[in-house]
Write a protein of this length. Structure first.
Length: 820
DNA sequence: AGGGTAGTGCTTTTT
DNA sequence: GCACTACCCT
């Protein structure tokens, strides 16, 4: 992460003949299929690689980058590659280095956020920030919004913290700021007026704290480029080849950033660098609209769908051959995703053969389901599969509880990705706040957090007095602390404040760039802070047994800083804070850990495992209750399901429960509508929803039968698991047009009630008639107006103009619409 | 100022 | 089931 201020402009491999010689090319193209080759060798301004799941896109990207460098078409420093996570970035950097035989210095391979931080730190002074700005993570944003809502008494308008943060975030992703939003806001609506107040206060607080939130990192970079063309030009000139992974998940701000970066530098001719081609950087984007799962966060699928319109003359390459999964898994994935209309048809295929069937299981409870997962994992492991090749996915983080309980009892080594992350723990946030307060003296949020942690007798009243004093005298919070004597507080409180201020000043001296011997290592700074503040000592002295674990966590953080110093000898405190702020859930993933990985479906994107367990495939969970009503919600949830399925290489297990605990209460759960979209012959149900409902009223189901339900009948020792199963596939009749579940083959074929109750999906609107002018509501597109109706009978098509998504054509008979 | 307790409301996914 | 808040007591 070292920050090279001047681009390094020396080619890594200087062999002028290599661009034409086939030797090197062959090496890079060996083993690639024709489409992949095309994606690697195409040279033009814009290239869209539509890469289905498992189609080798990382391979294509790394070979493309390596090709550009090997052929001396580009210096490493002219390449900017954007990935979704730091882990993906690290992997790509390593693979490119491997292809080139050496690490390509000066190349930027990073996430959107990391790249923007780098740019912002360099340019911060240009627009009223200092390079030591703090990055507020979502918890920090929430804390700030919380205080603002309280200060402005916005809660009386029914505002919640999450509503306000979500709305601000959404606006920032659309590149709106408080002022631009205020200009078009309706101030007659008191709610909206109050929101504008909140947005303003929030933005001002960030600026005063010399801080950016996650969304700012992108949007402020765009604003910077737009406000200072000469700054933008610097980067436009530098980056000649820009590559963006997971393009389907970019939001408007990220899209705008790419647009700014790929513009032709304006004063090209003046600088005599017209030889650069005169145009903007070449742009390569890779994506798969079927894997777009971040619309809720502002990702705009139009970025990829309209790429060809955005970049005229763009070449499109389609990668459909899958190198990851068996055909059974792919067939299931294809079948599920084909239920999303309004997508370009794309079918994954593989040459590796059918493989084993998908295994299905319905537990009586979440625990029962977890027991099934644990038992199957044990079997897989006995069969020779490594734990780290197995993953368990779920929709919401709260589902980990039952899984963890059973896993612990079964002594299965596992690891939960995401969830309550290490850096989200209160004691770690405390320690990090100490560091932030040292790095950025304006960071009021961090100062407030540590002011009375550990307890120093500085209460809310004192805190308010300090804040008011700082405001009155227009000085930083830190300066106000230094001058605490002027506040005429009690001697004890004044002493405590002065002591803390002194400690922070001492620590600041350690990281002063002008210090003799350079900045002290982060670990030294943290050590000083933790010791002198008695933070760890206080935890150790506490009677609460959990505090011992907290103290150990802080020690662990200390170990992390030492590790950081080892890996980055020149790493500064700022570098450390930046790195920590931008870690993602998957970045923690240690491939050599030898443990089963548990994670949400969102976190799973981009990963692959030999065996995958997809749990909680129930209505209200997948699709999640919250998204079921939103336009586009069910389709996005289906993509999430699709992403989960396509992570599996060899074995796929799908499970659900009849009842699920939530809020400490047990609620009845229904099988997910997506289950019946998987062709029945692909699934072998060990216990289908129908079977489970038949026997589901015994004591095991709801009572104390933890680990009993499944384990007692199919426990370890029953062989492959499928041995004891009345196997499917024997021409199992389907439930008519509504479709049956993949199983319930065996005798006596249950006419289960649930099968029909589940939203039965093949729609038939009968002879619904629509005429131009009618208003309709569509499950995914929202409301719209019919312009025209064409066609006859069952093929009548309505041409509808939707408010949210524009013009669409719909088959009236089957579209999920209703007349308003 | 601080600690302890009772009551409330909540959860989608995350860089 | 838990985390957070408000309130009460020392």
């Amino acid at each position: 992460m070292s920050d090279t201020t001047t681009p390094r402009l020396q080619p890594v491999v200087v062999d002028p003949s290599s661009s034409s010689s086939t030797g090197e090319d062959d090496e890079l193209l060996a083993g690639l299929n024709p489409e992949q080759r095309e994606a690697v060798v195409y040279r033009g301004q814009a290239l869209l690689i539509v890469a289905g799941a498992g189609s080798g896109k990382t391979r294509v990207l790394t070979h493309r980058i390596a090709g550009l460098i090997k052929s001396a078409e580009a210096w490493p420093s002219q390449i900017l590659a954007i990935t979704f996570t730091n882990k993906a970035a690290a992997e790509m950097r390593e693979r490119v280095g491997h292809l080139l035989g050496q690490v390509a210095e000066g190349m930027w391979i990073s996430t959107f956020h990391s790249a923007c931080v780098r740019i912002l730190r360099r340019e911060a002074e240009n627009f009223g920030f200092t390079k030591s700005f703090t990055i507020y993570d979502s918890a920090d944003s929430r804390a700030l919004v919380k205080r603002i809502i309280k200060d402005l008494q916005a809660d009386t308008f029914g505002f919640t913290v999450s509503q306000v943060t979500a709305k601000i975030s959404k606006l920032k992703n659309e590149l709106a700021d408080a002022d631009s939003y205020a200009r078009q806001a309706n101030f007659n609506d008191p709610q909206e007026a109050m929101f504008v107040e909140c947005f303003r206060a929030y933005s001002r607080a960030l600026r005063e704290a010399n801080a950016f939130d996650f969304d700012d990192l992108i949007s402020q970079t765009v604003f910077l480029f737009r406000a200072f063309p000469q700054v933008a030009e610097k980067y436009q000139r530098r980056f000649r080849h820009i590559l963006v992974d997971e393009y389907q998940d970019t939001n408007h701000a990220q899209y705008s950033l790419i647009r700014e970066l790929t513009k032709a530098p304006e004063s090209n001719e003046l600088s005599g660098l017209a030889s650069f081609g005169g145009g903007g950087a070449s742009l390569t984007v890779v994506g798969d609209s079927d894997q777009s799962i971040y619309a809720f966060r502002g990702a705009d699928i139009r970025n990829i769908v309209e790429f060809e319109r955005d970049f005229p003359g763009a070449r499109v390459v389609l990668l459909e051959q899958n190198y990851r999964s068996t055909q059974n898994i792919l067939s299931a994935a294809n079948a599920v995703i084909s239920n999303n209309f309004d997508r370009k048809d794309k079918k994954l295929w593989t040459a590796v053969g059918d493989g084993e069937k998908i295994v299905g299981f319905t537990g009586y409870s979440g625990h029962d389901e977890a027991q099934f997962v644990a038992d199957e994992i044990a079997k897989l492991h006995e069969g020779g599969m490594a734990y780290n090749q197995i993953a368990v996915f779920y929709r919401t983080n709260s589902q980990t509880r039952a899984l963890e309980e059973i896993f612990i009892r079964s002594a299965l080594p596992y690891r939960v990705l995401g969830g309550t992350k290490f850096y989200e723990r209160a004691e770690i946030k405390d320690a990090m706040a100490y560091l932030s307060a040292v790095a950025n003296p304006f960071d009021g949020l961090a100062l407030r957090r540590i002011l009375n942690t550990p307890k120093r007798g500085i209460g809310p009243a004192t805190e308010t007095a300090l804040a008011a004093f700082a405001e009155r005298n227009e000085i930083s919070y830190r300066e106000a602390m230094r001058r605490a004597k002027e506040l005429s507080l009690g001697p004890k409180v004044t002493g405590a404040i002065l002591q803390l201020a002194g400690l922070l000043d001492d620590a600041s001296e350690l990281v002063d760039p002008a210090r003799v011997g350079g900045e002290a290592p982060v670990s030294e700074v943290l050590q000083l802070l933790m010791e002198k503040s008695a933070y760890v000592a206080t935890l150790r002295a506490s009677r609460d047994p959990q505090d011992e674990a907290r103290a150990e966590n802080v020690e662990e953080l200390l170990a992390v800083t030492k590790e950081f110093n080892r890996n980055n000898p020149d790493g500064t405190l700022l570098d450390f804070l930046t790195e920590v702020s931008l870690v993602a859930a998957v970045d923690d993933l240690d491939d050599s850990s030898g443990t089963v990985s548990l994670m949400t479906l969102h976190t799973a994107k981009g990963l692959e495992y030999d065996a995958v367990f997809l749990t909680g495939v129930e209505e209200d969970l997948l699709p999640h209750r919250m998204s079921a009503g939103e336009p586009g919600g069910p389709a996005e949830e289906r993509r999430l399901f699709y992403v989960g399925i396509t992570r599996a290489r060899k074995r796929l297990f799908i499970s659900l429960a009849m009842t699920r605990a939530q809020f400490g209460e047990t609620a009845v759960a229904m099988p997910s509508r997506y289950l019946q979209e998987i062709p029945a012959e692909l699934v072998e149900w060990i216990q289908s929803p129908g079977m489970a409902s038949r026997g589901g009223s015994d004591s095991r189901a709801l009572g104390g039968g933890r680990g009993g339900g499944y384990g007692s009948r199919f426990g370890a020792g029953s062989g492959s698991g499928s041995a004891s199963v009345s196997s499917g596939g024997s021409g199992s009749p389907r439930f008519g047009a509504a479709g049956g579940y993949g199983l319930p083959p065996g005798p006596p074929r249950p006419k289960t009630e649930w099968a029909n109750r589940v939203t039965g999906q093949v729609r038939d609107n009968g002879d619904l008639t629509l005429v131009p002018g009618d208003r309709i509501k569509h499950a995914d597109f929202g409301e719209g107006r019919v312009n025209q109706v064409t066609g006859e009978g069952a093929k009548r098509v309505a041409h509808v103009n939707f408010e949210a998504v524009g013009a669409k054509k719909l088959l009236i008979k089957i579209a999920p619409i209703e007349k308003l």
